[in-house]
Write a protein that binds this ligand. Structure first.
Ligand SMILES: [Cu+2]
Length: 507
């Protein structure tokens, strides 16, 4: 009965004419609707009882997925998943207390075959402070398993479901406050393969986007607690792939060779944001949008709802770094939503003339060595920060922030961006005025080394106090500048003071 009703409603929504016809003929619209609508829904095929010995599922640690299933019968598959609460690095020098399925964010990747009977064991580590459960979107049944899997610390619960529909599905914790559990990293993907399997590819990768809310600013160092108010307001501090800034860049970049076929399983845990998922420099040859059965071809950017997923397949033709982003682009460049697929192999100048995109798109992620920044943050916390440590950290940060305009060697660009190297303007500034430039920007006429500039430097207010102090200490001690040192405290004083009239009036 309910399936029949659903068919009518769906058909009515798709075919406006049918609605009118339905109204006109009163009680018996069905035949008319069916004529102009897609085939009626059928109950999913029941593949019959599980056969053979029970199988223990191999789980995938992100960004890896378990091997494809080459089985031609439905089986009983046992999944063991443990919830672990643990502190991990969210960004260089910044820690966060994650709640995880299997110790990673996103949680372990589960792969079963359509028709399999899944016996799910959810353990909650004795070290946990909170109870947890799991809602798998691939489960047919109220709550997706949530009610049957509520598990206190040190306990285990078990439930069984039949994977009736094939597709790529999100799972997540659904314990109150649900948003907080998801925001802390409690989500992952379960792939229910169709009986014939997926087409063979050279690489399969597992990527999941999530938004994070910390009391401190983006990249503010130290341990950062969850911020409930920011989460309710949907103002994330971080938007990340696989739970940590840099989890898919530098040494952790995804890899492929020219000529390979790549499949990405991409989910969006949310809790709040919808993802406009894009790979810079690639076109998805095929996208199974929303993780379902149908594919669209030749897609640039695909929408992944919060609590949704998609599969993308593409052929890589030329070498280089392809940047995974949420094309809501401030999230990529200012909140961390960036990953890299590094493709090695011979150039193909007929397809692309060459020249790397790294410096244009990657900023400080082109050079994955942000270690110096973490070292400085640690030293700062323990009160032992030296000038050399500040300079080393400042150099890395300068590359990501200031060098686009002032150039890596501080020489600037003739008539556009003034030089910082041997700048007589800079040398005459008081500490406060120098700190004020990155904090408030600069507008209006100025003369550097005898040349006039009348341009705009935007405020770099996204930088934290320690980042500003390290960058300026680096600038002061580079390229023949006069030397000196700026502390984090000096920066916070200037930030707290009202902006000077000149900089304020410039807007
Ligand atoms: Cu939970």
């Amino acid at each position: 009965m309910s399936r029949l009703l659903a068919t009518v409603l769906i058909a009515a929504g798709l075919v406006p004419g049918a609605v009118l016809a339905g109204k006109a003929t009163g009680g018996a619209p069905l035949a008319i609707v069916a004529a102009a609508s897609p085939a009626p829904l059928e109950a999913p095929v029941d593949f019959g009882p599980p056969q053979g010995e029970p199988i223990h599922a191999q789980l995938g640690v992100p960004p890896n997925v378990p091997a494809p299933i080459h089985r031609n019968y439905p089986a009983k598959v046992i999944v063991d998943l443990e919830v672990v609460e643990k502190e991990m690095q969210i960004s260089e020098g910044v820690t966060y207390t994650y709640w995880t399925f299997g110790g990673t964010v996103p949680g372990s990747f589960i792969r079963v075959r359509q028709g399999d009977t899944v016996e799910f064991h959810l353990k909650n580590s004795p070290d946990s402070k909170m109870p947890h459960n799991i809602d798998l979107h691939g489960v047919t049944g109220p709550g997706g398993g949530a009610a049957s899997s509520f598990t206190a610390p040190g306990h285990e619960s078990q439930f069984t479901f039949k994977a009736l529909n094939s597709g790529l599905f999100v799972y997540h914790c659904a314990t109150a406050p649900v948003g907080m559990h998801i925001a802390n990293g409690m989500y992952g993907l379960i792939l229910v393969e169709p009986p014939q399997g997926l087409p063979k590819v050279d690489h399969e990768y597992y990527v999941m986007q999530g938004d994070f809310y910390t009391t401190g600013k983006y990249r503010e160092k130290g341990h950062q607690p969850f911020d409930m108010d920011k989460a309710i307001d949907e103002h994330p501090t971080y938007v990340l792939f696989n739970g940590h800034e840099g989890s898919l860049t530098g040494d952790h970049a995804l890899t492929a060779k020219v000529g390979d076929n790549v499949r990405l399983f991409v989910g969006n845990g949310g809790p709040n944001l919808v993802s406009s998922f894009h790979v810079i420099g690639e076109i998805f040859d095929r996208v199974y949008y929303e993780g379902g059965k149908n594919a669209q071809e030749n897609v640039q950017t695909t929408l992944i709802p919060a609590g949704g997923a998609m599969m993308a397949e593409f052929h890589v033709d030329v070498p280089g770094s392809y940047v995974l982003v949420d094309h809501s682009i401030f999230r990529a460049f200012n909140k961390g939503a960036m990953g890299i697929l590094k493709v090695d192999g011979p150039e193909n100048k007929a397809i692309y003339s060459g020249k790397e995109v790294d410096s244009v798109y990657l900023g400080d992620r082109a050079n994955p060595n942000l270690k110096a920044v973490a070292v400085a943050a640690k030293a700062n916390a323990s009160g032992t920060l030296s000038k050399d440590e500040q300079i080393a950290a400042g150099k890395q940060l300068f590359t990501g922030t200031c060098s686009v305009c002032h150039q890596a060697n501080g020489e600037g660009l003739e008539n556009v961006f003034p030089p910082l190297a041997k700048s007589d303007f800079l040398a005459k500034l008081s500490k406060e005025d120098l700190i004020g430039i990155p904090l408030h920007g600069h507008t209006g006429k100025l003369t550097v080394n005898g040349k006039d500039y009348d341009s705009v430097m935007p405020p770099m207010s996204q930088l934290t106090d320690d980042e500003v102090s390290n960058i300026l200490t680096y600038v002061l001690n580079s390229w023949g500048n006069p030397g000196g040192q700026i502390s984090k405290e000096e920066v916070s004083k200037v930030r707290a003071a009202p902006a000077p009239a000149a900089a304020g009036a410039g807007h």
